[in-house]
Design a protein around this ligand. Structure first.
Ligand code: APR
Length: 280
């Protein structure tokens, strides 16, 4: 592990455009369950997972019932939103915020809806699956902070009259085009990508490491295999290996907790910088 942390720090310091992709695994140390880890929401509650797959359809067909369900505190999903609202960033989030503060990390693209990267201090964050603290209109695309909209009457409505939903991307719901395009641009531009705390099984997010490695946009990404055409380092930090590890998309895999590994990488970056200030 030590050697890999030193290697990651060296790779980061010689890179020109470092970005981080994160998943639910970076927030488990903030007491927010992930989805597919051993104690994940979907691992432990298959009914909640099945309901999650129907949620976007429910919104489209019966926005009132969608809101009844989303406001319901019953069931894992109700508690899940409650845990998210109480959560605080952990050392993994703070490490990425510090890496941005050092002028090294250019952005975070996260699947997490908990807002903890922004709370930790990262300013450039693309929330690929949205955020529980906003509402969005699927008709005109307008977004509202939760405290801007009254939930006394359900469903809440947009200025354009259409019903609003949480700005959370549910299964089978399209990724908002602005976030999708900007995230793909970052993947195409980076020369080092940290992939932290994700099982990398949900698309199109899971294609971003392949987009970076093969330098082809999602629309054209076809079968991304064969030799990488770009000089991009993909460094994976996760509790367990994923398809990125097994398919050789990740250049190397540092196994363990993001809350321990990411701070160690940042400390090593600062140590190298202070030992050889002129080098990077
Ligand atoms: N440190 C490192 N890795 C961790 C930690 C930790 N502290 N805790 C959990 N993990 C790992 C798990 O082992 C798992 O491989 O993080 C990964 C989390 O994977 P998922 O639970 O599948 O979460 P994620 O990849 O973000 O899911 C993607 O699925 O249900 C949808 O919309 C939801 O955004 C989510 C998407």
């Amino acid at each position: 592990m030590e050697k890999l942390i030193q290697l990651a720090a060296k790779d980061i310091l010689v890179s020109k455009y470092v970005i981080a992709l994160t998943g639910a695994g970076i927030s488990t140390e903030s007491a927010i369950p992930d989805f597919r880890g051993p104690k994940g929401l979907w691992t432990t509650d298959k009914k909640a997972e099945a309901r999650a797959y129907e949620r976007y359809e429910l919104f489209l067909t019966n926005p009132g019932a969608y809101w009844e369900e989303m406001m319901g505190t019953g069931g894992a999903y109700g508690e899940f939103y409650g845990k998210i609202r109480e959560a605080e960033p952990n050392p993994g989030h703070h490490a990425l915020a510090e890496l941005e503060g050092l002028g090294i990390l250019k952005c975070v693209v996260t699947q997490n809806i908990d807002g903890l990267h922004v709370k930790a201090g990262n300013r450039k964050v693309w929330e690929y699956h949205g955020s529980v603290s906003r509402l969005r209109c699927v008709s005109c695309g307008a977004r509202f902070d939760l405290d801007e909209v009254s939930l006394d009457e359900l469903p809440p409505r947009c200025r354009c009259g259409a019903p609003l939903k949480y700005d959370v991307v549910h299964f089978k719901e399209p990724i908002p085009s602005d976030v999708m395009e900007e995230s793909e641009k970052e993947a195409l531009r980076c020369d080092l990508m940290l992939v932290c705390g994700t099982s990398a099984v949900v698309y199109p997010f899971a294609s971003l490491p392949r987009v970076a490695k093969f330098r082809r946009g999602i629309a054209r990404y076809g079968s991304l295999s064969g030799e990488s055409t770009a000089n991009v380092k993909i460094i994976e930090v996760n509790a367990e290996p994923t398809s990125l590890t097994c398919e050789g998309i990740s250049d190397y895999f540092i196994q363990g907790k993001t809350g321990e590994i990411l701070p160690a990488i940042v400390e090593e970056v600062k140590r190298i910088r202070s030992d050889c200030p002129g080098d990077s």
